[in-house]
Design a protein around this ligand. Structure first.
Ligand code: CTP
Ligand code: CA
Length: 225
């Protein structure tokens, strides 16, 4: 006789995670991106899977490989990332926006390689869609988790973003601290909800941050937010 597998914290839940930086094209051989390694989002996707969730990882530009066995959708631009998230949105129980989305993209994308001309060159940039803010406006049952990388006034900026983007939780990191932020295997974050500080996590492996974050989310979903 076989015993049914034991239900885990996120069994039966669908978790969508975005990770990495977006790539905003200038021409066929050039683009704008950022230093996001994707590691924090990858850790969340991997741990969510360990906790029994059905996971979709939407990844932009990174130098790091995503966790094995997680379903991956690869994207480049912020617009593509938004479309990919929307394709998973209706079924999602938890959406985690760990990606470093470019705030601006070149206004014009040149079809052919730009030629070298004058001594200076100006590129006009135009604002990208704010994916998290747009999702926040169309939230129904989804539990929405945002990130905020700040260098100063962490709590004020993070809570302002949480409100503006209608998130359920926001994960704030002080990127000026050692062992925090882009490229590292560790992170130290403060997690806020609408009422204020939920959890203050000292420097630890990104997998451990992911475990703490997902257990708070799971608990709140179970309690009907
Ligand atoms: N975000 C997003 N779409 C954007 C910009 C940001 O979905 N175009 C998301 C990020 O994935 C993150 C959160 O919003 O979860 C906060 O990103 P951040 O860059 O800290 O905030 P911004 O609103 O872009 O403000 P600023 O960069 O001016 O601090
Ligand atoms: Ca930004």
């Amino acid at each position: 006789t076989q015993t049914a597998p034991e239900a885990q914290l996120l069994t039966g839940k669908k978790v969508v995670v975005t990770a990495g930086g977006t790539i905003e094209r200038i021409d066929p051989v050039r683009y704008i991106t950022n230093d996001s390694s994707g590691k924090m989002g990858f850790a969340i996707a991997g741990i969510a899977q360990e906790l029994g969730a059905e996971v979709t990882l939407i990844m932009g530009n990174t130098q790091v490989s995503p966790p094995a066995n997680v379903q991956v959708i690869r994207v480049q631009s912020a617009d593509e990332m938004y479309d990919a998230v929307l394709s998973q949105w209706d079924e999602a129980d938890i959406v985690v926006k760990a990606a470093a989305v470019a705030d601006y993209r070149p206004k014009e994308v040149y079809k052919e390689k730009m030629k070298k001309t004058g001594d200076t060159l100006s590129l006009e940039l135009i604002k990208n869609i704010d994916i998290l803010e747009t999702l926040g406006k169309q939230k129904t049952h989804q539990f929405l988790i945002g990130f905020a990388a700040e260098t100063n006034d962490i709590e004020r900026y993070a809570r302002e973003k949480l409100e503006r983007k209608n998130c359920d939780l926001i994960v704030a990191n002080d990127v000026t601290r050692a062992g925090v932020g882009f490229g590292t295997d560790t992170n130290a974050v403060n997690i806020y909800d609408r009422e204020g500080l939920v959890e203050e996590l000292q420097v630890m492996a990104k997998e451990d941050v992911a475990r703490q974050l997902l257990s708070i989310a799971a608990e709140r979903i179970a309690g009907g937010n």
